[in-house]
Design a protein around this ligand. Structure first.
Ligand code: VGL
Ligand code: ZN
Length: 199
């Protein structure tokens, strides 16, 4: 059975947001249309407490978009974004959220980031999404949303490694693209057998 995973279509990742992705809002109408065709629909929501360890503002001497080494591995430091309960953390107002079967929040632990919808950034701590999808009978996943090179790519790479047949609708994603991260993410996804559609 097919499932659609809509990654982080939230105000802070859209123009005017704290971590705005160019054209992030352009994908909303296409996602709304696609939602009608897929029987299982999961949305993710980046959901950080104030003072989250992935925020540059909490790491003295560091600026946004710098890379640091955490206990669990390399981590980009971000501007404060998607703070629990804020307008920035809300879904884009035109996104049809009523069809969501499950809204999965991630990144809520202060000490660790979670790009992927399946595992936190230690690649170990599960979010529970795998079990949910298996219990629902999902075998084929289509991913859309923000951002292509971070949360979408990390989710898709975990999905294919977990054995789901995985496709990414690149035309319904937009990227942050820090120094070539989009090209790397697209190449990594293709190398793992993910169908990258609509580039
Ligand atoms: C994301 C950076 C930080 C994403 C979330 O949704 O791609 N990127 N938090
Ligand atoms: Zn985040």
């Amino acid at each position: 059975m097919d499932a659609l995973i809509v990654i982080d279509v939230q105000n802070d990742f859209c123009p005017g947001g704290a971590l705005a992705v160019e054209g992030g809002d352009e994908i909303v109408p296409g996602i709304n249309r696609l939602l009608r065709d897929v029987p299982i629909r999961v949305f993710t929501q980046d959901w950080h407490p104030a003072g989250h360890s992935s925020f540059a503002s909490t790491q003295p001497g560091h600026e946004p978009f710098e890379m640091v080494e955490m206990d669990y591995g390399p981590q980009v430091l971000w501007p404060d974004h998607c703070i629990q309960g804020s307008d920035g953390a809300a879904f884009h107002e035109d996104l049809h959220t009523e069809p969501a079967d499950l809204i999965l929040r991630k990144g809520f632990r202060p000490e660790i980031d979670s790009y992927s919808a399946f595992f936190e950034n230690d690649h170990e701590t599960p979010t529970g999404l795998e079990g949910y999808l298996r219990a629902r009978g999902a075998t084929r996943l289509t991913l859309v949303g923000l951002a292509t090179d971070y949360c979408v790519a990390w989710s898709a790479l975990d999905a294919v490694r977990l054995g789901f047949e995985t496709a990414v609708r690149a035309d319904l994603c937009r990227a942050i693209d820090l120094d070539g991260t989009l090209a790397t993410a697209l190449a990594d996804m293709r190398a793992e057998g993910i169908a990258v559609i609509g580039t």
